[in-house]
Write a protein that binds this ligand. Structure first.
Ligand code: COA
Length: 353
């Protein structure tokens, strides 16, 4: 899924998404959105505050943002958040995870603007929705009965809203794990830690490649590891579990200054989802340390376990290639605030597996 600014051409699909939202609101007996005029939406498009979420070329959903919201937040407004409004799934969208994707994008946007995090509100009476947002990692920080105000859509007038907040560095809470950040942008989730590899660990890395992972990667010689390790554009990261070296990752920076190739991951002790935890840390490392917002990789089509892990993490397929008569599937994931120039995808050569 990609987040992109909405265009005037998108308005009819965005209105369809709102209509679908109203249908669901009626079904659930919650507060129903009023009609939003095209003129209001056009204003938001021009201000680049209305977005579309695109999945496999189709519009999966839409949302709007604001940079202040004093009418709803009153004295709590202090210019420190990005506000999310009107998140709506497209009527034909079957994919899951729209909210999480929007939240990730908004957290990254908030971080970029050096704000503290993101905020949203919903009718306090919608207990199911309140629970859903809390499960997604938001914290209810208050309630407010909104006085009628001509600048607000009518469904707000007299409504008691629950006020939600999430700081951008807590967005990982949605996974139900505690993420902590440490020096150098490297971090840990529970007892899985990502840190820069020491040159003395290359022997251990070689041994990991020669274990069970062998069938799923194209192992390097020790000499090749030393060559790659020395390159400025290549990063070796060690994965520690409980303080013990348990895996590694190789990342390579693409020339386009946007993408990073996730060239390899090996976990020596599989079966505990340590790889999944490492992927979350790699997202953060890619955005915060490498300042890249797109991660791509190739994986042998037959590597069902790795593909499961990547897809579960949110990677989507964008092509296929062949290496030594074996099919490789290409996956990509946008992790930070997507830049406006998605068109410049790097060419993918022979596999680094
Ligand atoms: C791919 C790898 C990094 C994943 O590490 P991990 O998260 O520790 O993997 P786990 O064994 O715990 O399995 C993770 C998930 O895959 C699932 N899985 C395991 N075997 C599977 C299979 N044959 N088919 C589909 N899914 C499978 C597990 O059920 C688990 O699912 P869940 O997260 O929904 O519970 C690790 O298995 C590895 O090092 N593999 C060898 C090297 C490799 O293939 N690297 C990738 C090259 S592109």
């Amino acid at each position: 899924m990609n987040v992109e600014p909405a265009y005037i051409d998108d308005l009819s699909r965005i209105q369809e998404a709102y209509a679908e939202g109203r249908r669901r609101q009626q079904e659930c007996g919650t507060l129903v959105w009023p009609e939003f005029s095209d003129a209001t939406l056009i204003e938001e498009v021009r201000a680049r505050k209305l977005f579309r979420v695109v999945d496999n070329g189709a519009m999966a959903g839409t949302f709007a943002i604001a940079y202040e919201d004093r009418v709803v937040w009153g004295d709590r407004e202090r210019g420190a958040h990005v506000y999310l409004h009107r998140i709506a799934r497209g009527p034909s969208d079957g994919s899951r995870g729209l909210l999480h994707y929007v939240v990730d994008w908004a957290c990254a946007h908030s971080r970029e603007l050096q704000r503290e995090g993101i905020r949203m509100d919903t009718a306090a009476a919608s207990s199911q929705l309140v629970a859903y947002y809390e499960k997604a990692g938001f914290v209810v920080v208050g309630r407010n009965v909104i006085k009628p105000d001509p600048t607000l859509p009518t469904h707000y007038h007299g409504t008691e809203v629950a006020l939600f907040e999430m700081s951008w560095d807590r967005s990982a809470c949605r996974y139900g794990v505690n993420a902590t950040r440490s020096e150098g942008g490297l971090s840990s989730i529970q007892d899985v830690t990502l840190r820069e590899t020491r040159i003395t660990e290359l022997d251990a890395i070689l041994a990991m490649e020669e274990g069970d992972a062998r069938d799923f990667i194209i192992p390097y010689s020790l000499e090749r590891h030393h060559e790659e390790f020395a390159k400025n554009s290549v990063r070796y990261l060690s994965i520690d579990v409980g303080g013990k070296l348990s895996g590694f990752v190789i990342l390579a920076l693409d020339d386009d200054r946007q993408s990073v190739e996730f060239r390899r991951i090996v976990i020596a002790r599989s079966g505990h989802s340590f790889g999944s935890a490492a992927l979350k840390l790699i997202d953060t490392y890619s955005t915060e340390t490498l300042r890249r917002n797109r991660i791509w990789l190739d994986v042998f089509k037959t590597n069902a376990r790795a593909r499961h892990v990547y897809e579960k993490h949110g990677f989507t397929q964008f092509g296929q290639t062949v290496h030594d008569n074996r099919t490789l599937v290409l996956y990509e994931l946008y992790v930070g605030r997507p830049s406006d120039s998605h068109e410049q995808k790097p060419r993918c050569g022979a596999s680094g597996r």
